[in-house]
Design a protein. Structure first.
Length: 174
């Protein structure tokens, strides 16, 4: 049984993106038509790049867990990341109306969404070696890849490790 699980997990690993490497640039349109650049989002912040699509059942079922994680971690303080944490959703949609409707319906409330509306031929997917969705990549505040995941919410353990410890007061003394 464990061998089957290990084989299935290995089958769905991204071989193009490696932990420690500089995150390849993504510069694509948001729903308003403005170009977003990953390199302008990650400085001093952890960014979870979530590859998904409105037509992807597993993606849509995972979105409530991603929203919950975002709400829990977005305002926390992180070691080496003054701006904290956010999500960059990268859609493999081809239909803008369905993409935008899914963002609203699933309450994907973070400000960073992009797509070239290229479906499976989308440039962001090619750049990151994405051959299935959902898939996620955690980028550190230095622009390097921290980890890759099959589901975005798997990043929670890594974020938890990087939350800055609160200083405890002892009789009013720090």
């Amino acid at each position: 049984m464990a061998l089957c699980i290990a084989t299935a997990t290995a089958q769905y690993q991204n071989d193009k993106i490696k932990v420690g490497q500089q995150a390849p640039e993504l510069a694509f349109a948001n729903p308003e038509g403005d170009t977003l650049k990953l390199s302008e989002i990650y400085p001093n912040r952890y960014v979870l790049i979530d590859f998904w699509a409105s037509w992807c059942g597993p993606c849509r079922r995972a979105n409530p867990r991603l929203v919950k994680m975002y709400r829990e971690y977005k305002d926390l303080k992180y070691e080496g990341a003054k701006k904290g944490f956010t999500v960059l959703s990268v859609s493999l949609d081809q239909n803008k109306e369905k993409w935008v409707a899914a963002i609203a319906k699933d309450s994907l409330e973070w400000e960073y969404h992009m797509s070239d509306l290229g479906g499976w031929g989308a440039q962001p997917a090619k750049i990151y070696g994405v051959s299935y969705v959902p898939q996620a990549v955690l980028v550190g505040p230095d622009g390097n890849i921290v980890a890759t995941y099959n589901f975005a919410e798997e990043a929670e353990a890594e974020l938890k490790k990087r939350v800055k410890a609160k200083k405890k007061k002892f009789l009013g003394i720090i």
